[in-house]
Design a binder for this molecule. Structure first.
Ligand code: NDP
Ligand code: HSE
Length: 434
């Protein structure tokens, strides 16, 4: 049987998992790929630290460019992360006609246009299943399994760290900072957790999902992104009382005029929604296709083995295409996309207002919402706890972001309102046809 050489850029959490799976499942992988896959070069910063860790010592190098250029490397796996030098290395591999498998959602979301165009122009495969939802084959589903559909919407819980923190806050009634500190101590959250908890990681993945679903890569820098830092126990308690769960949700859609709507923000998801029960570090994605209806994908979105599962599966696919160019899929065509302006988003909202407990306050607040065309679906008021202000929560009917923003500014300006109102978006289960 033929052997194809693999060049591994990075031997950290994911790279080590890939090396391990290629060894453990060598025969299975060979049978499925039609060739044995052998790591012939692996790049790390300091090869001395990686001796005896799954890749023969003489195949380790600190010169990543030499991996891509090595004459025995047929397929390149980029699991080093970051934008540079990963971008130049992936581009060099594609230019040299070498298929690339990458797990790097930051690279694809922020520099993907250049890479998609290079891959398409040269007819070289660029696969990146692991970049979204780790081990869940959601990109393959979008590209192949749902190919007959127009994708109406994608809803995703795409960051395990955030979902773990929100789940523990809800279950244990402990505040964000305490749960984050514990997640860091137990290794679930990074020492610098900003990429996860500020929503950047979720936004990278949402942009990649949109590229697959609609063939459009939106400018990442223009995305409004909000993470989970401002979620409080008070809001989680109200959510529970109203039948909702808090999730860092990514919503991806295409408007009738071809603009891409991408929202990444904490969202109250109704308890009946498939995503509401996704707890802990798990990821889940719900895709609605116009032909198939709702489809749902659930599993582990990160970690050494789940991510290696996706990378090695991609490797098998690109190996087959390398051996049999006639079965290689049509190259992915991705063009620059335009984001729908945030002002035009339409959704329901949860609004929590600290309202002076005196005659007329409630009617003034409700009147302010009405004056901006915002209709109240329901509300709850909790008695003042001695400071003279009652907590009032309004759930609105759908309204544009523009109207909501103006209404919030007017509410905050009322003398009866203490501090800025809290606003959290609501997603109810969309109506689906039988
Ligand atoms: P790690 O930091 O654990 O590993 C990165 C590896 O790349 C290390 O071996 C590092 O070497 C090497 N490396 C980085 N830069 C260079 C360089 N310039 N030259 C040589 N070697 C270099 O990252 P992960 O494995 O966690 O993540 C890799 C990619 O996979 C990222 O894009 C990440 O977003 C993505 N991903 C990760 C998931 C996960 O669960 N971890 C899940 C899904 C995607 P050294 O150790 O010597 O510094
Ligand atoms: N840090 C990510 C998470 C995993 O917590 O889900 C990498 O995609």
């Amino acid at each position: 049987m033929k052997t194809l050489g693999v060049g591994l850029l990075g031997l950290g959490t994911v790279g080590a998992g890939v090396a391990e799976v290629l060894t453990r499942h060598a025969d299975r992988v060979a049978a499925r790929a039609g060739a044995r896959l052998e790591i012939v070069r692996a790049a790390v910063h300091d090869p001395a630290l990686f001796r005896g860790r799954g890749v023969p010592d003489d195949r380790l190098t600190d010169d990543a460019a030499s991996v891509v250029a090595h004459p025995e490397v047929d397929l390149v796996v980029e699991v080093m992360g970051g934008l540079d030098p990963a971008h130049g290395l992936v581009r060099a591999a594609l230019d040299a006609g070498r298929p690339v498998v990458s797990a790097n959602k930051a690279l694809l979301a922020e520099r993907g246009q250049d890479l998609f165009e290079a891959a398409e122009a040269r007819g070289v495969e660029l696969r990146f299943e692991a970049s979204v939802a780790g081990g869940i084959p959601v990109l393959l589903s979008l590209r192949d399994g749902l190919a007959a559909n127009r994708i109406e919407s994608i809803y995703g819980i795409l960051n395990g760290t955030c979902n773990y923190i929100l789940t523990r806050m809800e279950q244990e009634r402990r505040p964000f900072d305490a749960v984050l500190a514990e997640a860091q101590a137990s290794g679930y959250a990074e020492a610098n957790p900003s990429t996860d908890i500020d929503g950047i990681d979720t936004a990278h993945k949402a942009v990649v999902l949109a590229a697959l679903a609609y063939g459009k890569l939106v400018p990442f820098a223009e995305l409004p992104i909000e993470g989970i830092r401002r979620i409080t126990l008070a809001d989680l308690d109200f959510a529970r009382e109203l039948g909702y769960a808090a999730k860092l949700l990514a919503v991806v859609r295409e408007s009738a005029d071809g603009e891409i709507e991408i929202r990444v923000e904490p969202t109250f998801v109704h308890g009946d929604h498939m995503l509401a029960s996704v707890s802990g570090v798990f990821n889940a994605v719900k895709i609605h296709g116009d032909v198939v209806g709702d489809t749902f994908y659930h599993g582990r979105g990160a970690g050494r083995e789940p991510t290696a599962s996706a990378v090695v599966s991609d490797l098998i696919r690109v190996a087959r295409g390398r051996l049999h160019p006639e079965i290689r899929p049509e190259p992915l065509h991705v063009a620059p996309g335009v984001l729908m302006p945030r002002d035009e988003w339409v959704s329901r909202a949860y609004l929590r207002v600290a309202l002076l407990d005196q005659p007329g306050s409630l009617s003034k607040a409700a009147g302010t919402l009405g004056a901006h065309g915002i209709s109240i679906a329901s509300f709850i008021q909790k008695e003042s706890t001695g400071n003279g202000f009652a907590s009032v929560v309004f759930l609105t009917h759908p309204a544009t972001e523009r109207a909501l923003g103006q209404a919030l500014a007017s509410l905050e300006a009322l003398p009866e309102v203490d501090g800025p109102p809290v606003r959290i978006r609501i997603e109810d289960e969309p109506e689906t046809e039988e």
